[in-house]
Design a protein around this ligand. Structure first.
Ligand SMILES: [Zn+2]
Length: 184
């Protein structure tokens, strides 16, 4: 293989046809990267579906507004910046949907964090990807200064948590923070 594993940015580039040839060669010959490519594809497709979704529900818009209020607070050191929220890029209304689409978020700063949030009957499921993949061993979700949940980060930078409570949380990834994220 002779090349380090592809990070998620490279996997997304590969999926969009903008990837570099040596990276593509590595991905095609590496089972770990092929597996991550599938995860990247699921995250990307969910993001695209959410962006193409018909008129977002009132709940989705309310969520987006709450998130934006948090986002517009003055930046604090160590906090990552929201650069993409699939719920904030609604497509023209065609018809209303019964189910909310998964929400795809991307935060940038000293590291990049991609999150996919799926609302379930018992809470919110979170799939995340860190770039660089080795920037932290653990991810912590906190609310009101208490730890709600911790998850181990896999060797490829992926982590997941299920049935998170529907409330505003802060996420800590090593020294980096995501603040004011409303899980709903
Ligand atoms: Zn690899």
């Amino acid at each position: 293989m002779g090349l380090r594993h592809a990070d998620f940015t490279q996997l997304f580039d590969h999926l969009s046809g903008r990837g570099r040839r040596p990276v593509a060669n590595h991905i095609e010959s590496c089972p770990a990267c092929t597996e991550n490519l599938e995860k990247a594809r699921l995250i990307l497709e969910a993001g695209r579906r959410a962006m193409k979704a018909p008129k977002p529900s009132k709940r989705a818009v309310g969520r987006a507004m709450r998130l934006f209020r948090g986002f517009h607070r003055p930046p604090r050191p160590g906090f990552l910046r929201l650069v993409l929220d699939s719920f904030l890029q609604p497509a023209p209304a065609v018809r209303s949907t019964a189910a909310d689409p998964p929400r795809f978020l991307r935060f940038d700063g000293q590291i990049t964090v991609e999150l996919q949030l799926t609302a379930g009957s018992r809470g919110v499921d979170m799939h995340g990807q860190l770039t660089p993949s080795d920037c932290a061993r653990e991810v912590e979700v906190r609310a009101a200064d208490r730890v709600l949940r911790r998850a181990r980060v896999g060797s490829e930078g992926h982590f997941e948590m299920t049935n998170l409570p529907r409330r505003e949380v802060e996420i800590r990834i090593g020294e980096a923070r995501i603040g004011g994220l409303h899980l709903a």
